[in-house]
Design a protein around this ligand. Structure first.
Ligand code: GSH
Length: 193
């Protein structure tokens, strides 16, 4: 069995408790059992846009990571980097079809948790996801991938936007499967002071 790489130092995660994108990185780091140092970006007061806020990010957004000097922004780029560097192969399969499907899921579900937008698109999305999760345990099949991590962040918080999950038993089953993966952590919806 191949042993997995481990970071030299804890991976710094620049995040905010208010950010779903940042939570998906926190969740994935935890699912990979990687050591983590959390730095809150103070999204509520715009701290992440100040020049002092490391690491420098042209978009002024969280999340970002610093892995022993390697700084990366954007949640999709970050999960891909973490999966390839530290994850078992199933998190980001390398065959062309799986890679393409993962890109699709990351694009469709790596969305902002904005209330109005969420309400508008959720039904359409859930009508596609329900038969998918009735047929498969996870997005691409039998094992979890980074697509599930990105999708979980979005779907798990949809009920907060007054969306009834009762008509979607297969999606609820998939949420439970994610929540029982070793290393799962729930979102902390507050900023650490
Ligand atoms: N494409 C980026 C989007 C990140 C993003 O939208 N971050 C939001 C929080 S969820 C943010 O930092 N907003 C504050 C701002 O834009 O000033 C990603 O996937 O990481």
């Amino acid at each position: 069995m191949t042993s997995l790489a481990k970071p030299v130092r804890p991976i710094r995660l620049y995040r905010s408790g208010l950010s779903g994108h940042a939570y998906s990185i926190e969740l994935f780091l935890s699912l990979l059992f990687l050591p983590l140092e959390v730095i809150d970006g103070g999204l509520a007061n715009g701290q992440q846009r100040t020049p002092e806020y490391p690491p420098k990010n042209p978009s002024g957004q969280v999340p970002a990571i610093d892995d022993s000097g390697f700084v990366l922004h954007d949640s999709n780029a970050i999960v891909a980097y973490l999966a390839r560097t530290y994850g078992e192969g199933h998190w980001m399969p390398t065959d062309t079809a799986s890679e393409a499907k993962i890109q699709h899921w990351l694009t469709v579900l790596g969305l902002s948790l904005d209330h109005v937008r969420t309400k508008a698109i959720s039904k359409t999305l859930f009508d596609v996801l329900e038969p998918r999760f009735a047929a498969c345990d996870f997005a691409l099949g039998g094992q979890a991938t980074v697509a599930d991590v990105a999708a979980y962040t979005y779907v798990a918080h949809v009920p907060e936007g007054d969306i009834d999950m009762a008509p979607y038993p297969a999606i609820r089953g998939w949420l439970t499967r994610i929540e029982t993966l070793p290393g799962f952590v729930p979102i902390q919806k507050q900023e650490q002071s």
